[in-house]
Design a protein around this ligand. Structure first.
Ligand SMILES: [Zn+2]
Length: 447
């Protein structure tokens, strides 16, 4: 082949590569990013942001300094003492509303005496990064950060803004975090899409021996109830039939003795039709059923309660998480039926909003699914509902398409470690998650 034709062939081969995968990285670039991400995650976990007290200012400093070093402008808000909020933005050229990566910087407290390692040392051992927040959710937050940084480093020509937002207070309801931003500065962000925590990939959690990625499109409704039984006080030596403890314990036994009737819910049907029968575990139970947990019992006279005194009142709290498709009224009626005692008072102490389900018929959902499949051709990707609450749920009633998803592959043990005393993520889960996120964001924001 003459020299000039060879050059043209080489150039056109490059152009083909460029056209099919315009911003996909050279392997070396991803290695660098992965190494940086892991180091950043260690530094991030080492900053104790447990709430209470929930001071995240040092964590915000860390994120801000990394972003500014990359030349990315950061707006910082302070919703209260130690309650910093970071909003970083990569500008796009088109009219479409932003895609926002949302994570929380706060973590739940860790009782160091119950941990085999210092929960804030971010030690790497056995291929795992251990520490409070490694999974919930500094690990996912760092995946956001480096997918975001990769967009900047590669000068990806964005048609819409991409925002990275980091907030405090998620673990205590978001009042000074995501909810505060919605209330005071919604105009500064106004996303069309949010990516937050929620779903993930696993080879053993959802079902044995299949790689399943669940993308969360909805959350259950929270109903926290207090049950109150009233009776007549008396001497423990002379039992009588108006003892409120007897009444309450019998009713509680009836409450939990019967399994909850499964609800029909299309997200769940879609999940099961792709995954098949789910493994029997507490997570899968909670994503398939409305649930009831008895969380406290309070009774007795005096502190500590006197053993020989029958009290006049006994109380219990129950945490109900209700699937979409069951109304508040229907659920309260079901609780009353199960208790089987009209004299037990049922008070609603907290009620979450009615679930709003985000559509799967969107560019970003399809891009997430495609990016996972491109990397893991054997994977099942399915929409799911998560049993816990997250910050992005509060954006759904505003019409924001919120997805809860970190494309890390984690073992069931990692999921069970959230809020527990051995929280970890597999070290090798982080790099692929960054690349999948990057690909999905590029697809959604460059056309
Ligand atoms: Zn979380």
């Amino acid at each position: 082949m003459p020299h000039s034709r060879r050059v043209i062939a080489a150039v056109s081969a490059l152009l083909v590569v460029a056209a099919t995968a315009p911003f996909s990285a050279r392997t070396q670039d991803w290695k660098t990013i992965e190494t940086e991400a892991l180091q950043t995650l260690q530094r991030y976990v080492r900053i104790n942001t447990a709430v209470p007290p929930g001071d995240v200012s040092k964590a915000a400093d860390l994120l801000q300094s990394i972003l500014e070093r990359e030349g990315i402008p950061v707006t910082r808000y302070e919703s209260g003492p130690g309650r910093s909020i970071i909003v970083a933005r990569l500008k796009g050229t088109g009219p479409a509303k932003p895609l926002m990566l949302l994570h929380h910087m706060d973590v739940v407290p860790a009782d160091a005496s119950r941990w085999a390692r210092d929960p804030f040392s971010a030690e790497i051992a056995d291929g795992k990064l251990w520490g409070r927040g490694s999974f919930d959710m500094k690990g996912p937050g760092v995946a956001h950060l480096y997918a975001f940084i990769a967009l900047k480093r590669r000068n990806v020509p964005l048609k819409r803004d991409v925002i990275l937002m980091a907030v405090p207070d998620e673990e205590v309801g978001g009042g000074l975090g995501a909810a505060w931003m919605r209330e005071h500065h919604l105009k500064d962000i106004e996303p069309e899409y949010i990516l937050d925590e929620g779903g993930f990939g696993s080879r053993d959690l959802f079902t044995k021996d299949k790689l399943v990625f669940g993308i969360s499109v909805a959350e259950k409704k929270i109903l926290w109830l207090k049950l109150i039984a009233e009776g007549v006080a008396g001497h423990g030596s002379q039992p009588h039939d108006r003892n409120p403890n007897d009444r309450l314990t019998r009713a509680l036994a009836r409450l939990v003795s019967e399994p909850v009737t499964p609800t029909k819910f299309d997200v769940l049907e879609a999940f099961r039709s792709r995954v098949g029968e789910l493994a029997a575990n507490k997570f899968n139970n909670a994503i398939q059923n409305s649930t009831i947990s008895i969380t406290s019992l309070r009774s007795g006279v005096g502190e500590p309660p006197k053993v020989n005194v029958i009290p006049s009142i006994a109380e219990a709290t129950i945490d109900c998480r209700v699937l979409p498709g069951t109304s508040r009224e229907a659920w309260l009626k079901e609780i009353a039926r199960r208790l089987g005692d009209p004299e037990i008072k049922v008070e609603v102490v907290y009620e979450g909003p009615d679930p709003v389900v985000t559509t799967r018929d969107s560019e970003f959902y399809r891009a997430l699914e495609a990016a996972v499949r491109a990397r893991h051709p054997d994977a099942i990707v399915a929409p799911m509902i998560v049993p816990y609450g997250t910050d992005s749920n509060g954006f759904r009633p505003l019409g924001v398409k919120s997805y809860g998803f970190t494309p890390m592959i984690v073992p069931a043990a990692s999921v069970a470690s959230m809020h527990g005393d051995a929280e970890f993520i597999p070290v090798d889960a982080l790099g692929p998650a960054i690349q999948i996120l990057f690909d999905a964001i590029v697809t959604t924001t460059t056309r």
